[in-house]
Design a protein. Structure first.
Length: 413
């Protein structure tokens, strides 16, 4: 019995991202009710169904929609002044004494209304969407109070309503110590733990994150936050081992965390714990590049252990003001020796797993959400090969075909 589809895309090569690239050359893919209904060789499509709408892929490559699984993209202001000051000889201490650093972003974000936050953030998101991104994780963490953190998370939810992108929100209240809690980190951690049930009740957070580091929060403080998240049924993830090995990866793995992110100083114990727990390693080359770091994450050891490696932009105003996931793919290949196939898997199948969306996104297979990117390329490796070039020709979100460039909505004054 043949099926009746809403959309059929023909004359494409498919990179299903199942078992490597999972190539189906000269293929086609069908969509019904926003889901993948069928895919396979184009010459077999007529045996399985007919479509109300047919699109010609022009002989390009169709991949799952890209997933940026680690961003801080909702924020006010930028820190280009600090970037310039550092290059003119200022130290981080000089900048901090002048009121700069993360607290400058906190002040700007606290001061901005929700619409103003969106006005400043939507162009950054649109840049990602133009490169085939269909799912985006957005963290809070520049509010550091219940009111301001909730405002950030509401803005993130609205971004997913205003633009054609699925947004996963992450509460990162334990990003830094706000000035009103100077010298009272444990008190602030208690405050963060109290925020979690409120945000959970309001449906604003899909996961909980923390910055476990010598300049951030201790393992003990992070564990308290994870326990509070666990009580609300929220999964956890962690900024771990970016500047030093605090055994944060082992902690998040103990909580069956979705991901451990950064990982430049990850040790053997953390790798083993992540492997056992199925915790994804999220690699963030933008911060490594921007900070001129010289300690790469242990990619070979992660690969040997079979730990899945995702790739993300880490878009943020202080250490990775990057709005190109394609550039992140090139960076992980050139800087850290990932293969192009690993880089693309890092922005699709493994990125989906890092958000707990592996049953919905990340591969092309029947039943999954119909989120695709169409590329005018000769082979999938081209996506990691060229930088500063965008070969995205079309995007499908939930079965709806669109141009990669999206119009920004008008927001109230």
């Amino acid at each position: 019995m043949t099926q009746h589809w809403d959309l059929l895309i023909r004359n494409v090569h498919l990179a299903t991202m199942r078992d490597g690239y999972g190539e189906i050359r000269h293929g086609a893919i069908a969509v019904s009710a926003g889901r993948i209904a069928w895919l396979g060789p184009e010459n077999e499509a007529a045996q399985h169904g007919s479509a109300a709408e047919t699109r010609d892929g022009g002989g390009g490559w169709l991949t799952p929609g890209l997933i940026d699984c680690h961003t801080h993209i909702i924020h006010a202001g930028n820190r280009s002044d600090e970037f310039e000051a550092r290059l003119n000889g200022a130290t981080y201490e000089d900048i901090a004494k002048a009121g700069g650093g993360i607290m400058s972003t906190v002040r700007a974000t606290r001061a901005a209304g929700e619409d103003e936050l969106l006005r400043q953030s939507l162009p950054r998101i649109a840049s990602l969407l133009a490169e085939g991104v269909t799912t985006l994780e957005i963290k809070s963490g520049y509010g550091l109070s219940l009111e301001a953190e909730a405002k950030m998370l509401r803005a993130a939810r609205r971004a997913g309503e205003l633009l054609p992108v699925r947004v996963a929100t992450t509460f990162l209240g334990a990003h830094a110590l706000p000035p009103e809690f100077a010298g009272r980190a444990d008190d602030y951690v208690a405050e963060v733990c109290a925020m979690i049930p409120v945000l959970a009740r309001e449906g604003l957070a899909d996961a909980v994150d923390a910055f476990c580091e010598r300049i951030g929060f201790t393992r003990e403080q992070t564990e308290r936050i994870f326990l509070a998240a666990q009580q609300q049924g929220l999964p956890v993830k962690l900024h771990a081992e970016q500047l030093s090995d605090q055994q944060g990866a082992e902690l998040v793995a103990r909580f069956k965390g979705l991901s451990a992110d950064h990982l430049e100083h990850l040790g053997a114990g953390g790798i083993a714990a992540m492997r056992r727990a199925g915790t994804v390693a999220v690699l963030l080359p933008g911060a490594y590049y921007f900070l001129r770091d010289t300690t790469p994450p242990p990619v070979a050891a992660l690969r040997e252990a079979g730990v899945p490696m995702a790739v993300a932009t880490d878009n943020n105003p202080g250490t990775s003001p990057m709005t190109s996931l394609l550039l992140a793919m090139n960076m992980v290949c050139t800087l850290w020796r990932l293969t192009p196939q690993e880089a693309l898997a890092g922005c699709t199948v493994h990125a989906a797993r890092a958000l707990g969306l592996q049953n919905e996104a990340g591969t092309l297979e029947p039943g999954k959400r119909a989120d695709f990117a169409l590329w005018q390329i000769a082979r999938p490796a081209d996506l990691s090969y060229a930088f500063g070039f965008n070969p995205c020709k079309a995007v499908v979100n939930g079965g709806v075909w669109r141009d990669p460039l999206v119009a920004l909505p008008e927001l109230g004054a």
